[in-house]
Design a protein around this ligand. Structure first.
Ligand SMILES: [Zn+2]
Length: 389
């Protein structure tokens, strides 16, 4: 296959990318009716004593990496159609990557202030949408003005309803959904207007980075119906984790026949991106550290990053999940679960059987009624058995 030689030049760089294993904490609010933007995950790292446990990108994306190595080494001359079209997608992107790079920079770097929608449309039209296997790539239309790309190309992405989850538990809208040729959602993405690197709590060994949490029982504010359009960087992590857990559980519910259920959420900002993955069968939660989109010196799009995104978007083909039964002895009885199932307790029924997708509307959560005469006039009053006196 005649493909851009840059694809095969630096295959070793994949092994520099690591995912840390994460677990949820006691303050996780997955049992409550919450929008993704209000999700609290209370994450900590899965550790062996003091050592955090991680998984290498090249371990879980082994099928994708071997394919590229085999082509490079001339071991694979003819490819099945799906592999051929995946390579062609990357090849075609790289051939015009300078053009896309110009458009991305024009919007993401030069434009200030940036709106979330502007970022979403630019990364869809000039990066993720062009690298995805699809099918289609759908942008959340809920309550949003449909915009075209601000670089000047005037491309307009496909808008539709991206709501997932269930009203009684975590639910809400994902920014971008990538579908396979047969219309099955395979990957989601979340956009952010400010850089992710500053909020990199996950791999920052020195600080556990716990922010103050507000537990508000069942009281809700007025304006909870729509997702907050921009979140402070540190909240994006919780939102992304809640989304990917629900997305993976939904996929498991709809397609139990899949070989594995480790699926990705790409969190992308104008400068960098981070990948969260959840395996709904083995209850394993992964988070990468932020990776730069552009080279610091040359300001050009980093080819390593483009290839990682391409591989992640083609996860159904290139990722084989975590093969827990094949782990070495030191991990055999090791608890690497995120403990989502344990934390949600009796709400597991909802998460395992009642999730929905393509939701256009979530009704506002029920408010606690205040104590008024009207709300109490039909109350049943306590009575005593003996009322002689
Ligand atoms: Zn454009």
């Amino acid at each position: 296959m005649d493909a851009d030689e840059r694809i095969f030049r630096n295959l070793e760089s994949f092994s520099k990318v690591q995912f840390v294993l994460l677990k949820l904490g006691p303050l996780c609010n997955a049992t409550k009716s919450r929008l993704f933007s209000e999700a609290e995950c209370d994450t900590g790292r899965v550790k062996d004593g003091e050592t955090p446990i991680a998984v290498n990108f090249s371990l879980i994306f082994q099928p994708g990496l071997s394919l590229l190595k085999d082509i490079r080494d001339g071991k694979k001359k003819t490819l099945p159609n799906h592999e051929k079209s995946a390579i062609r997608k990357l090849d075609e992107y790289l051939k015009v990557s300078e053009q896309h790079e110009k458009c991305l920079k024009k919007v993401l770097i030069r434009q200030q202030p940036l709106e979330k929608e502007t970022v979403t449309v630019a990364v869809t039209e000039h990066l993720l949408g062009k690298l995805a296997p699809g099918g289609s790539c759908i942008i959340n239309e809920n309550g949003r003005e449909m915009v075209c790309c601000q670089c000047g190309c005037n491309e307009r992405p496909v808008y539709s309803y991206t709501g997932i989850g269930h009203q009684d538990v975590w639910h809400g809208y994902t920014d971008i959904v990538f579908e396979s040729h047969d219309g099955i959602p395979e990957c989601i993405a979340t956009t952010q207007v400010s850089s992710l690197s500053s909020s990199c709590a996950i791999l920052d060994q020195s600080s556990p980075a716990k922010r103050p949490r507000i537990e508000d029982d069942d009281e809700f504010g007025e304006d909870i119906i729509s997702e907050a359009s921009t979140l402070p960087a540190e909240r994006t992590e919780d939102q992304a984790i809640a989304q990917i857990i629900v997305f993976s559980l939904l996929q498991r519910q709809k397609h139990p026949e899949y070989q594995h259920h480790l699926v990705p959420n790409i969190v992308i900002s104008p400068t960098d991106f981070q990948i969260f993955m959840y395996d709904a069968v083995n209850d394993i939660l992964l988070g990468s550290y932020p990776l730069l989109l552009f080279d610091v010196e040359t300001e050009s799009l980093r080819i390593e990053s483009v290839m990682i995104l391409w591989m992640v978007l083609h996860n159904r083909m290139f990722c084989e999940g975590i093969k827990v039964d094949e782990l070495t002895d030191d991990f055999k009885n090791f608890d690497m679960k995120s403990h989502f199932r344990k934390i949600v307790g009796r709400k597991w029924d909802v998460y395992s059987t009642a999730l929905s997708e393509n939701i256009s509307y979530f009704s506002p959560a029920k408010k606690r009624s205040s104590l008024t005469f009207d709300s109490n006039w039909f109350a049943k009053e306590l009575t005593y058995k003996n009322t002689s006196n």
